[in-house]
Design a protein around this ligand. Structure first.
Ligand code: SF4
Length: 299
């Protein structure tokens, strides 16, 4: 019997497919993938791939983003029910209503949004480039959706009055000051890194605030040997791989179950049968492309 990883590799070659995976996916998926990264890196990689088929291991807004950037390619989400809880907190209809009530306000949307929402935005951003994107419209009224914590972070870094939506990531928003204080007490020599989806009072306790990709770089460059990492636990695998010999402490409950849904079996199934194809209307594809393209141009 040919091992599953080998069958995936053969099929990928036959069908000219590429596998992209987010940093929060399981180690088996990361090992199978051609590229592992954060939302910004994945968007850029999706925009430049020469493959005919993109297998996206992550949640649905990521597969949709890849499809928007590659409308003529086939994009497959091995687990079609893997959705982001935060993306569901801001709909396209709500943004249309907001636009009518405040037509001059620039709507900046975190890439963690549905394709219908992206269609109503002026610009997209990720946690890597949010400060740059918000600064690019300095002097204008800005609404940032859907993550209120990312909105507050952008406001604090740019000095702008960024209006915030009431959405949040349940995993990052669930990290509390008490939990972080306990980790810091246990590991007093550790450098603390936090994702900007965490609450402001948690970010205030961190030595570094940034995207998952920035955490990889900080851990590689720092002389520190021990880190407290305030983000989803899947990040441990990448950090340990890229900074061997260093120790990373996480909060064990910070688990995004939908990010863990893709398995080697579901990837193989998608490659064999086309299961999980992302289909978007022409209207959504064309409307959502510009906000994403503007973000990539700024990156
Ligand atoms: S970690 Fe949070 S923002 Fe990321 S996919 Fe899961 S619910 Fe969405």
């Amino acid at each position: 019997m040919v091992p599953i990883e080998e069958r995936i590799r053969q099929l990928k070659k036959e069908k000219n497919a590429v596998i992209l995976a987010h940093n929060y996916t399981s180690p088996e998926i990361q090992d199978l993938s051609d590229y592992v990264g954060d939302s910004l890196g994945l968007s850029i990689e999706a925009a430049k791939t020469a493959a005919d088929i993109i297998i996206f291991c992550g949640v649905s807004f990521m597969g949709e983003t890849a499809k928007i950037l590659n409308p003529t390619k086939t994009v497959l989400l091995p687990e079609p029910d893997a959705h982001c809880a935060m993306a569901a907190m801001c709909t396209g209809e709500q943004l249309k209503d907001f636009r009518e009530s405040d037509p001059d306000c620039i709507i900046i949307g975190y890439v963690n949004s549905t394709a219908e929402s992206k269609k109503e935005m002026d610009l997209c951003c990720t946690s890597s480039n949010v400060v740059k994107v918000v600064n690019s419209v300095k002097g204008k009224d800005v609404l940032l959706v859907p993550d209120m914590n990312l909105g507050a972070y952008a406001a604090s870094k740019t000095g702008m009055d960024v209006k915030q939506w009431r959405g949040f990531c349940p995993i990052h928003h669930g990290i509390t000051v008490t939990q972080v204080a306990e980790l810091k007490r246990k590991y007093p020599d550790a450098l603390t890194m936090a994702h900007p989806e965490c609450r402001k009072e948690v970010l205030d306790l961190a030595d570094h605030v940034g995207s998952t990709e920035s955490m990889v770089n900080v851990s590689k460059d720092s002389e520190c040997k021990e880190f407290i990492v305030l983000t989803e636990v899947g990040m441990r695998y990448r950090l340990e791989k890229e900074s061997p010999g260093k120790t990373f402490h996480f909060l064990d409950h910070a688990v995004c179950t939908t990010m863990k849904m893709a398995t080697p079996e579901s990837v193989l199934n998608s490659l064999e049968t086309g299961r999980g194809e992302i289909i978007l209307s022409d209207d959504v594809l064309s409307g959502a492309r510009d906000p994403l393209a503007r973000m990539i141009d700024l990156s």
